[in-house]
Design a binder for this molecule. Structure first.
Ligand code: SF4
Length: 359
């Protein structure tokens, strides 16, 4: 896959853009002022595979909380600021590693200059985040509504404000809940600038609709080589976003983290409860630590086609009548009773984790 080359920016020790691996990020939904809860959620996000985290900064108390959070956080911390340049300055003083801020929204030019000066001193990048739901009135009037062109024009306006202050540690996002709209906006943006792009579908919804929207929206862009960091936005606990994000990257061959589970759709030949078997295997796989190398596991319904269909799998099982086969790399290595199948497969996976697990 040819990825569009962008400038690199650093958020703490994580590089975004410049050909670096696509970075997974998320946002806490705790009250930022509640330091223990926020740190606990950051820890859970990091454990799941998140690499950068963003926190909402609603008021000065939240701003002050950032100091301890940034110090103790397992991940680089981005402060999400909307309109108040003083909160941006406070967040920078507290030691955050990045800002999400639209300079056109914070008022007078001198305020932008103050924020840029502080960001320059600490080498903190700024993400310009255009959202289809909050485009400027003039742009809405010019384009007669929300359009990809309008979103790009809005982003370019914010970018130019920073560039005029001699600042180029910029990332850009152009999120919309409507997938064709966000696709159009990101594609146009990728033609206009070489800043790294943070890709995502905003307000994507609950797990069921959000995962599909994100996979289609984010996945399409990444498949075209567009995107340097991503967030899968889902309603609820942000930790659930991370396996989805990692899966999108793994499916596209962009990152190796996560396990590839293949299971057959079942048909008239299936004589075991394959759906239950596959779910149990999936449960096990979802709790694995990071591995040094990819792992592919197959759960197949029959011995006729199963091993052959799953030839590339590291391990697999294929059901039969009251029995089943355990196979490695498509080769049958044991004939087992139905009850023995799952434990035998899980044991193989455990051995693999012992050998290649990073933790
Ligand atoms: Fe049917 Fe066997 Fe293919 Fe599963 S692996 S769909 S049971 S033929």
């Amino acid at each position: 896959m040819n990825r569009k080359m962008t400038k690199a920016v650093k958020i703490g020790d994580v590089t975004i853009g410049g050909g670096a691996p696509v970075v997974v990020q998320s946002m806490t939904n705790t009250d930022t002022r509640d330091i223990p809860s926020t740190l606990a959620q950051i820890h859970a996000l990091a454990k799941a595979g998140c690499e950068v985290v963003r926190l909402a900064v609603l008021d000065r108390d939240a701003g002050y909380a950032l100091q301890e959070i940034a110090l103790q956080s397992a991940l680089p911390v981005i402060a999400d600021i909307h309109f108040d340049y003083q909160l941006a300055l406070l967040a920078i003083e507290q030691g955050v590693h990045g800002l999400r801020l639209n300079p056109g929204n914070i008022g007078a030019r001198w305020k932008v200059q103050e924020v840029v000066r502080a960001c320059k001193e600490r080498e903190i990048p700024i993400r310009i985040g255009v959202n289809a739901g909050s485009l400027e009135k003039e742009i809405l009037a010019k384009y007669q509504g929300v359009t990809a062109e309008g979103m790009v024009e809005s982003a370019l306006g914010h970018i130019h404000l920073l560039e005029e202050e001699g600042y180029d540690k910029i990332k850009v996002s152009l999120k919309a809940s409507h997938v064709p709209l966000m696709l159009g906006a990101y594609r146009k943006m990728a033609e206009c600038v070489d800043y790294p792009l943070h890709v995502g579908v905003t307000e994507a919804g609950t797990v069921r609709s959000g995962v599909v929207k994100s996979a289609v929206g984010i996945g399409s862009l990444l498949a075209e080589g567009i995107g340097d960091t991503l967030r899968v936005s889902l309603t609820g606990d942000p930790v659930q976003e991370i396996p989805m994000a990692l899966e999108i990257l793994r499916v596209l061959g962009l990152r190796n983290r996560g396990v590839d589970l293949i299971s057959c759709p079942t048909c008239g030949r299936t004589q075991v409860n394959l759906a239950e078997l596959a779910e149990k295997v999936e449960d096990k796989l979802s709790n694995l630590p990071p591995l040094d190398r990819p792992l592919k596991v197959a759960v197949m319904g029959c011995a006729v086609n199963g091993p052959g269909e799953a030839r590339e799998a590291d391990f697999g099982i294929a059901g039969g009548k009251g029995m089943g086969l355990l196979f490695k790399k498509g080769e049958i290595v044991a004939r087992l009773s139905e009850e023995e199948l799952l434990p035998a497969l899980l044991q193989e996976i455990e051995n693999y984790v012992k050998q290649y697990g990073k933790d």
